[in-house]
Design a protein around this ligand. Structure first.
Ligand code: URA
Length: 485
């Protein structure tokens, strides 16, 4: 009997080298006892793996590429039986290259299940790692540093490390797990297979995650089973937003009933002909000379048909001489009812990101490219509809006057409609993202609209895009700090 002792922490070469030696010596799977150091073979952890000499009659193994991919995933699985399973498959493949095609074969099926479980674990890690910023020691200048804690099921740390390096290349970070850690300092990626201790990681980013999660949670679409598959309970303890889940589920039914009761009654299409005529500006061409006069004039705007079904004009708000102006697309359902911009789900997400970047919303002038809510009635719900170019062109008159009166030095355009209204450009947002000069000494900063983040169905993509949005606002904060006083 041969005894092979491995650390068994996801290192493929550690298994491959002895496996190749046993194979080339013709050792049958039943004659190898694969053990993990520190596991059931703790006593043997320092003993060398005994490797037989290769037999001259056995050629070097040539396995299908699919086996390599499969075994590199399976080796990360936490079950100690994985080494023996892979060797059995390797031994059989050396005699029949088509073994992996036998999907019903017990070994093949087991290997595929384990590889799938490892891939799922990797996917969950990319979606559920939550970085926390570690302040630099006083007096130290350098890149921002982050730390995260995650508890994987399998030994996936080294396998997933390149993903995090690619995705978060521009900051320094450490991801600690009970199954090893990854460190990136902008130059070198280091992985360790040593178990780490859970650090204490609560900070105000947790509130942001909770705000975000509460915003995207739609009680009317709740499917508890699917939710549990997407975000299994075992991950909850390290996800700040998970604390909200029991209450959100418990209150979902009542919220749906309440939403239905509060749903707007859609007026018949001819209602505007019947309603009391609004006071009309004496000279509609006259340009109001103050923001207040402009706001009053906008209240009765009927330049385009969107006003017909909207509750009211949602004009910009904020200091009359703000340095920074944020421009959105158009008011949503909640803004239409409240008469104020960015007070619904997108606004709540934006508020969290602003606060996290140290930007005081009270000092910003918030407005929209279009001042009325455009929607399509569906049952009792009002479904947001993007304003078309013609409507944005008509409404630009108001935005241009707002810019002339407020005189911002930095304008943040959130989303394609705002960009089109401000620049007339329709290039993809990805090409315009970031800062540029807009003329008249104004800096334009283009970013995505917060609703875009709220609509992303994929957890992992959403976390990534949220991080980019947060970075944009860190940059916006830096630009606004450097604006001339
Ligand atoms: N989306 C916007 O673009 N503006 C708002 O005011 C609210 C949601």
């Amino acid at each position: 009997m041969h005894v092979a002792i491995l650390k068994g922490r996801g290192d493929f070469a550690e298994w491959r080298d002895p496996a190749r030696a046993y194979l080339m010596a013709g050792v049958e799977p039943e004659r190898i006892d694969w053990r993990t150091a520190g596991g059931e073979a703790g006593l043997f952890s320092d003993a060398p793996t005994d490797l037989p000499a290769p037999s001259p009659d056995i050629p070097a193994p040539n396995v299908p590429a699919e086996f390599l991919t499969l075994s590199q995933a399976v080796i990360c699985h936490g079950d100690p039986a994985r080494f023996a399973l892979l060797y059995r498959l390797l031994f059989r493949l050396a005699r029949d290259r088509n073994v992996l095609d036998m999907r019903a074969d017990a070994d093949v099926a087991q290997a595929r299940r384990w590889a799938q479980s490892v891939r799922r674990d990797c996917h969950k890690m990319t979606a559920f790692v939550r970085f926390k910023e570690m302040p630099l020691p006083p007096g130290v200048v350098g890149r921002r540093r982050f730390i995260a804690w995650f508890e994987p099921d399998h030994f996936i740390v080294a396998r997933i490390a390149p993903f995090f390096q690619r995705r978060f290349a521009d900051m320094d970070w450490l991801i600690a797990t009970p199954k090893g850690s990854i460190i990136w300092d902008g130059a070198e990626l280091l992985t360790s297979d040593q178990p780490a201790e859970k650090p204490d990681l609560t900070d105000q980013t947790d509130d942001l995650w909770r705000t975000y999660y509460a915003s995207i949670f739609n009680p009317a679409r709740l499917k508890v089973k699917m939710m549990m598959t997407e975000m299994p309970k075992k991950y909850w303890k390290n996800l700040p937003e998970a604390a909200l889940i029991p209450e959100l589920i418990a209150s979902a039914e009542a919220r749906v009933i309440d939403m239905a009761a509060r749903a707007p009654t859609i007026p018949p299409s001819f209602h505007h002909k019947l309603r009391v005529p609004l006071p009309v500006q004496e000279d509609p061409a006259a340009e109001p000379e103050s923001l207040e006069a402009l706001r009053a004039a906008a209240r009765v705007c009927d330049r385009c048909p969107i006003h017909c079904n909207a509750t009211q004009t949602v004009f910009g708000e904020g200091p009359a001489q703000a340095d920074v102006m944020i421009v959105g697309e158009q008011p949503g359902d909640e803004e239409d009812l409240a008469g104020r911009p960015f007070v619904g789900p997108a606004g709540r997400l934006l508020n969290g990101v602003l606060a996290e970047a140290g930007i005081d919303r009270g000092k910003i002038y918030m407005t929209n490219a279009v001042k009325h809510f455009k929607y399509e009635p569906r049952g009792k719900r009002r479904i947001h509809q993007r304003p078309d170019k013609g409507e944005v062109d008509i409404c630009r008159w108001w935005l241009t006057r707002e810019i002339e009166l407020v005189k911002p030095k930095l304008i943040v355009a959130t989303g394609a409609t705002a960009v089109y209204s401000l620049t007339g450009q329709t290039s993809p947002l990805s090409q315009m993202r970031g800062e540029s000069a807009m003329g008249n000494g104004i800096t334009l900063f283009v970013t995505v609209h917060p609703s875009y983040l709220l609509r992303l169905p994929d957890e992992h993509k959403r976390a990534e895009e949220l991080a980019r949005f947060q970075q944009d606002f860190q940059r916006i904060a830096a630009i606004s700090r450097g604006l001339p006083g």
